[in-house]
Structure formats: C-alpha cells, structure tokens
Design a binder for this molecule. Sequence first.
Ligand SMILES: O=C(O)CCC(=O)C(=O)O
Ligand SMILES: [Fe+2]
Length: 248
Amino acid sequence: MLLLYICSSKIHHFCDLCNKAFEGGKIDDHPNHHGDSLEFPGIFIQRDFISPEEELEICQQIYQSPFVESQSGRRKQDYGPKVNFKRKKIKAGGFTGLPNFSKMLYKRMKSVDILKDFEPVEQCNLEYVPERGSSIDPHFDDFWVWGERLVTLNLGSDTVLCMTLSENSDVSVHVPLFNRSLIVVYGPARHIWMHGIHRENITRKRLAITFRELSAEFQPGGNKETEGQNLLDIALTFEGISIGSLKL
Ligand SMILES: O=C(O)CCC(=O)C(=O)O
Ligand SMILES: [Fe+2]
C-alpha cells in the first residue's frame, strides 16, 4: 500500500518567538497570530546561529567529501559509530571522529544554555533537493542509543519540520527551520511527536547537520559508560572522515 505522507487539515504553526503553536495561519505570522494556540514544549530555536560567511565556508567543507545515496531522495554523510538498532549493538568500527569544521560549531553550542553539557557522538549531514523530491517520512530517532536532545543546524534554505502524533495523525505542528538557525528537539517533541519533512517544503537545496548525543545507558553512571566514553573520545578528536569516504 502506498502511504501518502500528507498533512491533516488541522495544521498548527509553531512560533519560536511565542513558544506556542497556533492553529491555521502561516509560519511567519508573528506578531499577528490568530486562532487557538497550543503549548508545544520541547523545541528550542536559535536563529542566526552562524553568519552567512560561516554558512558558505561550512557548505564548501561539506562538499569536499562524498555523499552516499539515502532514502526518499536524500543524500548523506555519516560521522559516527556503526549502530545495529535491531540487535542493540554499537561498534566504533571505522569511526574516526566528527569532521574538523564541526569543532567551532561544538564550541558555539556550548554557549547556548540548553546545550552547555551537550556532547555529540554522531554527526549526519543530509542533503535535500527538489529535483529528487527529497523528504523524510515521520519517525522517531532511536531511543536506545540516542539521548534526549537532537540538534540540527539548517543550511542552504528554509524549510518546515512537520510534527505528528502518528503516521495519520489529524493534528500536525509545523516548526520553522530557518536557514542558519539551530534547532534542538527534546522532551515531548522528541518522545511523543514524530517528525518529518514534506517534499513540498523543499523548494531549494537544503543541508541539515544533525548532531546526536548518547542515551543515559552510555553516560557516566550507566552500564555502558566505558563504551560511551570511548566513542566520545573518538568523536571529539575532530579528525573524522565520513563513513562513505572509506568505501571509495
Ligand atoms: O532534515 C532534518 O532536519 C531532520 C532529519 C532527521 O529527522 C533525521 O535525520 O533523523
Ligand atoms: Fe529524525
């Protein structure tokens, strides 16, 4: 069966300036919101996290490494451990660390209150383009290996993250992903709501850099603490080459 990923009539638009989602309207209505509002905890947005010059530099760095084809018209570059989600196995394998250009992003993230103790162990760069109809179906990021906060830096163009309660939910919340902004997804937005991106909302090339931290099991005090520390030591060398590069 072909499941068409379309949005319900009850679209709410999340406003990062009000920290609420408003029924109907448009993504850029602020301050003229109307319609019922919904509390929508678990989204933090830092607009202009990087400058246009930094964006250009980061994009140039990204395109010096090869991409591999991914699902739904996306291409990706992975820097992280090899994870078998079904068997719950994680291996450092060919992981050589996060890429060099992410060192400055890591440092800057530390200056954001909600991320001051954020220790990323994985980076995935995704490329979306309208020509390939790139999108991502609604999903939860894995809960066994990945921790509370999902952090994404948005590059290239604006788009919208669509949050739904299930595949065919009749309520959706559209969250703006501004170019050069950083978004942190946590709490209910991470655990209760699924997230995805519609192909209609990819109108120009977009690059998303997602950083993930390890779950509590791999953190100090957890029973996989040593494994976690080892992965983190590798990640934070910032000497990584993408997994796809190894196969060439
Ligand atoms: O492209 C994005 O902003 C979201 C990507 C995502 O949800 C994922 O890689 O799990
Ligand atoms: Fe995701």
